[in-house]
Design a protein around this ligand. Structure first.
Ligand SMILES: Nc1nc2c(ncn2[C@@H]2O[C@H](COP(=O)(O)OP(=O)(O)OP(=O)(O)O)[C@@H](O)[C@H]2O)c(=O)[nH]1
Ligand SMILES: [Mg+2]
Length: 210
C-alpha cells in the first residue's frame, strides 16, 4: 500500500480538532468535515486525504467533557483511541495535541489541586503518545477567547503543572529537538487563524524528515 504519512490530531472533545483539520486542507471552505457540531460529534477513526496534500489527517474523536454522553461511552472511546495508537503509531510522522485554553484552569484544578494522585487527562495523553515516540506539538487553541493577561496566566499554570509530571513543555520558538525530553507548544486560534502559517510550516518540516 502506498499510503501517505499521517498527521494525528488528538485532544478532548470540543477543543477545535476538526476546525484545525479543516484549516489544513487545501480547500477549507469545501471541507465541511465534522466540526461545529455538538461535542463528541466526531466518532469515526478514518483518515482524511486530498490529492493536493502530501499527508493525510487523522482527526480523532474527542474524549472527556462530553455532557451528552455517558461515562461508559467515554471510557469505550478512550479505549478505542488507545488501541488505535498502539496499532498505528508508526504511521504518524507528527501529532498535534489540541488543548482548549479555557479548560486549562478547570482541568488542572480538578485533577491536580483536589487530588494529587490522578493525572490530568491532557498530561496523561501527552505522556502516552510520547511512549510511542510520536513527535508532538501541543496546540493551545482558542487564545482569541482570553485576554493576554489570562492567556499568559493559563499557559504558565499549564507549563508548571506539566513539569510536575516530568513533561517539559517549551515554546516552539525555543524548542530544540536534540533535547529529547522537550515537547514544543504553540499558541493558536483556529477562529482567527493565529499562527496557522507557522503551524503549516512546522508540519512541513516534520513531513520533510519522513
Ligand atoms: N473562539 C474560538 N472557537 C473555536 C476555535 N476553534 C474551534 N472553535 C469552536 O469550537 C467548537 C468545537 O470545534 P470543533 O472543531 O468541532 O472541535 P473538535 O475538537 O473537533 O470536537 P469533537 O469532534 O466533538 O471532539 C466549534 O463551535 C468551533 O467553531 C478557536 O480558535 N476560537
Ligand atoms: Mg471533531
Amino acid at each position: 500500500m502506498s499510503e501517505k504519512p499521517s498527521l494525528l490530531i488528538i485532544g478532548n472533545s470540543n477543543v477545535g480538532k476538526s476546525s484545525i483539520t479543516r484549516l489544513l486542507m487545501p480547500n477549507p471552505r469545501y471541507y465541511k468535515g465534522k466540526s461545529g457540531k455538538k461535542p463528541g460529534s466526531t466518532l469515526l477513526i478514518r483518515p482524511i486525504s486530498h490529492s493536493n496534500m502530501d499527508y493525510q489527517i487523522v482527526d480523532l474523536p474527542g474524549f472527556g467533557y462530553m455532557k451528552h454522553s455517558s461515562h461508559r461511552r467515554q471510557e469505550h472511546l478512550k479505549k478505542q483511541i488507545v488501541i488505535h495508537i498502539e496499532k498505528h503509531y508508526q504511521d504518524y510522522f507528527f501529532g498535534l495535541v489540541v488543548i482548549n485554553i479555557l479548560r486549562i484552569e478547570d482541568e488542572i484544578e480538578k485533577y491536580f489541586i483536589q487530588n494529587k494522585k490522578t493525572i490530568p487527562l491532557s498530561f496523561e495523553l501527552i505522556g502516552f503518545l510520547k511512549e510511542f515516540k510520536i513527535n508532538l506539538l501541543i496546540l493551545i487553541n482558542k487564545i482569541d477567547k482570553v485576554s493576554i493577561f489570562d492567556k499568559n496566566r493559563f499557559i504558565k499554570l499549564f507549563l508548571d503543572s506539566a513539569n510536575e509530571y516530568n513533561l517539559k513543555l517549551v515554546k516552539y520558538a525555543d524548542f530544540d529537538a536534540s533535547r529529547e525530553l522537550e515537547i514544543p507548544y504553540l499558541e493558536f486560534s483556529a477562529l482567527k487563524r493565529i499562527n496557522l502559517k507557522k503551524l503549516k510550516q512546522i508540519i512541513q518540516e516534520y513531513l520533510n524528515q519522513v
